[in-house]
Write a protein of this length. Structure first.
Length: 351
């Protein structure tokens, strides 16, 4: 797989994980908010209807006592509060969200019908003891209706508590899921970082070390070239270039050795010991005896340097009472090439 493909794969993998995390968090929060809002809206409406039923029922109870005691306007207040109770009961019936609410509302409706029937019958008579008649006839039925409404209120309150508990559990599950995805993303990031360091950075560092070694004159270092990607291709090209350069240097060294042997062969054709010195005084080839090499090297230091004017093609250099004839060799266009050193017959170089 190409290096660029692997880098893009890792990049898009992380991007997809980030998108999943963001989308999951957004959807989770949105869904949680919608569920909480729906449950609260439904149950708050039922709680409000139950509260209104309790309040209107309390007003009816007060109005019944007032009517039995002969207070003015009590029957009008009774009708108003009864109408408010029936409206609230109708709202509660239209907003049933919990299965148990149906039976509770039916019980409230039946007990309220019994309450209104007993109330109307009692108000149609004139009991001698209205408070005793109220306690014996009206109050038990009033308590039954009120308990039913309070039961409905408790059911909706419990539903709200359960909804809150479920919301917390859902939020915990979503948080755990997101934490797991984040952990996977972080683990993937660590893995990709390690892979990037291993497959790119370490190999780039190896190529840099090889280039530094080549810059220092070493041609023996090679880079790992078994990877089938761009860096592997660079390593193979670099190794091939170093191989060619090493082969070229070996070929040049072999040719230099060959040319030196040829020069020595030519020098041997000249009578007497001779040596070929560079313009810088370095001994290039020599047929002198080994015992005379050190003295020849000392004499080579006396010849003009490469920057000195070459005003004479033939010179004599004396060193320790020994004389050496130096002849300047020239190439095409009279370009100086080297010095040919030949000891005079009286010198002791051939001893």
């Amino acid at each position: 797989m190409r290096l660029a493909t692997r880098i893009l794969f890792g990049y898009w993998y992380l991007v997809i994980l980030v998108i999943i995390i963001a989308a999951g968090a957004a959807l989770g929060v949105h869904g949680l908010g919608n569920n909480i809002g729906r449950v609260l809206a439904e149950n708050v409406e039922s709680v409000r209807a139950s509260t209104e039923m309790v309040e209107s029922l309390e007003r009816q109870d007060s109005s019944v006592l007032a009517a039995m005691l002969g207070k003015a306007g009590a029957r009008e207040a009774l009708e108003t509060s009864e109408l408010a109770f029936r409206r609230a009961l109708q709202r509660a019936r239209a907003n049933i969200t919990i299965p148990k609410e149906t039976s509770v509302i039916e019980e409230i409706d039946q007990s309220f019908a019994a309450f209104t029937l007993a109330r109307d019958e009692l108000l149609g008579t004139s009991p001698s003891e209205p408070l005793r008649a109220y306690d014996n006839v009206i109050f038990p039925k009033f308590e039954t209706v009120k308990n039913g409404v309070l039961n409905l209120l408790e059911i909706n309150h419990s539903a709200m508590v359960d909804a809150d508990r479920q919301a917390q559990a859902s939020a915990s599950r979503q948080a755990s899921t997101l934490a797991l995805v984040v952990l996977i993303a972080l683990s993937s990031l660590a893995f990709l970082s390690r892979a990037l360091n291993r497959t790119i950075l370490e190999r780039l560092d190896e190529l840099a070390r090889v280039a530094e070694a080549v810059g220092g004159g070493s041609l023996d270092r090679r880079a790992a070239d078994h990877h089938l990607d761009e860096l592997g291709a660079v390593a193979r090209q670099l190794n091939a270039a170093l191989d060619r350069q090493q082969e070229t240097r070996m070929e040049i060294e072999s040719r230099v050795a060959l040319y030196r042997n040829l020069v020595i062969g030519l020098l041997r054709s000249v009578p007497g010991p001779v040596a070929l010195l560079g313009l810088d005084g370095r001994v290039l080839a020599s047929t002198f005896e080994e015992a005379a090499d050190s003295r020849l090297a000392a004499i080579s230091k006396e010849i003009p340097g490469p920057e000195s004017p070459l005003d004479s093609a033939v010179r004599e250099v004396e060193f320790e009472n020994e004389v050496v004839n130096l002849t300047l060799l020239r190439g095409p266009a009279e370009r100086p090439l080297a010095w040919l050193a030949k000891a005079k017959p009286s010198a002791g170089f051939d001893q």
